[in-house]
Design a protein around this ligand. Structure first.
Ligand code: ADP
Length: 484
């Protein structure tokens, strides 16, 4: 059983309109620890009816919430932030138990998740409009920003806390209300955050968490006309489905979908720094992030040296239960994830790829997998086209800058990209040519609350974090004042 300083943070009920509730049917779904397979607990298996009630409650709560002063909302959000940090150890323990990531990474995610609440608590006080020079006598033009209204959020299992705060932070700060549907695999982090929101003084209905049947909950969220906006983070296939489903009620959408991040090492790179960045970008969360480097393009002259250094670093990773001291690689989320990385490795080997380290299921069993590096990878292999979402670094060799830009851009995705170089001309040129929403230059870690996170092409719509992240939850109202 999970040991917490405050066991009341471990909730096995959903949170709707300020009340902890079971599903109408009484049914529950099981949540297991991926490191052990052991049952962690259950959450209500809710569907459309409960979601509809949560939406009605959010709509009813909206008026009171938006009429509060920004400063009043900010004070409540700040308190939520403080409570998240004060309970960081428990929140991290819950996260590691349901998601598998090492405890140190879970603590890192809690701090990162909290930072969005802090940032938007402050940013909510700084929403500005415009006045526009009039085109006619006796008229004045003004533009104000207003909260869009009831928002729905559907979030994934890879960052069980941060993917919620990146949405709830700006939504609540802007004066919107929100219903969150967390991933079935990681609902307890979401429910613990809701408990802390309640303690911070977030009023009933302003933030609800509905657990259960994804298609049923998502179906209600996308078809209910009271919902003005949907924010989704997850797979591209489900993002497209939700976009289609939202068409009939013309909802505003924020979509954070898949990536296929290139990580380019040019021959003038600081190789040790590039390896450090590669490790952080590729193996964090066992390769299960949408901004994880998915394809390593290494220039011919440094290919041998880079691959040797990378393999040495990968072999130092310690695979184990995320709750055990010293673990730097937890299990993958489930068996399906293991099968995907296996399929990518098999396909690469069949087409001439060479395994430099790893390549197998880990001796620990369950969904543990050996951190892997494969050399001699080509654009024809599956790893080049699909997001692996696991601890596999495929190495591609390239000769010229133009070639690598073409290969890096040869994907329907456009989320994160990375490259290492010390030549300022090359840096400027390559950064401009990469067709991605984000570019990390001489770094493997790019995400923080003050910067706009998001993609282009089929990686999605909208931005999270920064002043741009607030725009996703605001509408523009144009006032034309005449008859003066
Ligand atoms: P992954 O393959 O990484 O699990 P998904 O896109 O399936 O990514 O999951 C992301 C989120 O989308 C989760 O909360 C999941 O429950 C939810 N989801 C999955 N299918 C649907 C659906 N048909 N409608 C609404 N939400 C869904």
């Amino acid at each position: 059983m999970l040991k917490l300083n405050d066991p009341s943070l471990f909730k096995q009920k959903a949170y709707i309109d300020g009340r902890w509730c079971a599903a109408d049917s009484g049914r529950t779904i099981n949540v297991a620890n991926p490191a052990t397979g052991a049952l962690l607990g259950t959450v209500p298996e809710m569907g459309a009816a409960e979601t509809s009630r949560a939406i009605a409650a959010a709509n009813a709560a909206w008026k009171g919430w938006r009429e509060k002063l920004a400063k009043e909302r900010s004070a409540i959000l700040r308190k939520w932030y403080d409570l998240i940090l004060a309970n960081a150890d428990d929140l991290a323990a819950i996260m590691t138990a349901e998601q598998g990531k090492p405890l140190a990474e879970a603590k890192g995610e809690i701090a990162y998740a909290a930072s969005f609440i802090e940032w938007f608590a402050e940013e909510g006080k700084r929403i500005y409009g415009d006045t526009i020079t009039t085109p006619g006598h006796g008229r004045r033009i003004m533009v104000t920003k207003e909260p869009i209204g009831v928002c729905a959020a559907i979030t994934p299992w890879n960052f069980p806390a941060a993917m919620i705060t990146r949405k709830a932070g700006p939504a609540l700060a802007a004066g919107c209300t929100m219903i969150v549907k967390p991933a079935e695999l990681t609902p307890f982090s979401a429910l613990a955050l809701a408990e802390l929101a309640e303690r911070a003084g977030v009023p009933p209905g302003v933030l609800s968490v509905v657990t259960g049947n994804a298609p049923a909950i998502g179906g209600e969220m996308t078809s209910n006309p009271l919902v003005r906006k949907l924010s989704f983070t997850g797979s591209t296939a489900i993002g497209k489905l939700l976009m289609r489903q939202s068409a009939d009620t013309v909802k505003k959408l924020s979509l954070e979908l898949g990536g296929n991040a290139p990580f380019i090492v040019f021959d003038d790179a600081d190789l040790d720094a590039a390896v450090e960045g590669a490790m952080a970008s590729k193996y964090r969360n066992s390769g299960q992030t949408c901004v994880c480097a998915n394809r390593f393009y290494v220039q011919d002259k440094v290919y041998g040296a880079f691959s040797e250094k990378l393999v040495a670093a990968v072999q130092k990773l310690q695979v184990g239960d995320g709750a055990a001291p010293g673990t730097s690689q937890g299990p993958l989320i489930d068996e399906r994830a293991v099968q995907k990385i296996e399929a990518h490795i098999d396909d690469a080997i069949t087409q001439g790829g060479r395994v430099l380290t790893g390549g197998q299921r880990h001796a620990l069993g369950h969904s543990f997998f050996e951190p892997t590096v494969i050399a001699d990878v080509t654009q024809q292999m599956k790893v080049a086209r699909e997001e692996t979402f696991g601890p596999l670094a495929p190495l591609f060799r390239f000769q010229h800058d133009d070639d690598v830009v073409a290969m890096a851009n040869d994907t329907e995705f456009g989320l994160a990209s990375y490259f290492y170089s010390r030549d300022i001309g090359r840096i400027w040129r390559i950064a401009e040519q990469l067709e991605y929403g984000m570019v990390g230059i001489n770094t493997g870690i790019i995400s923080n609350e003050v910067a706009p996170f998001g993609g282009i092409k089929q990686s999605g719509l909208g931005r999270e974090g920064s002043k741009y992240g607030m725009d996703d939850y605001l509408t523009v109202k144009y006032w034309c004042l005449s008859g003066m």
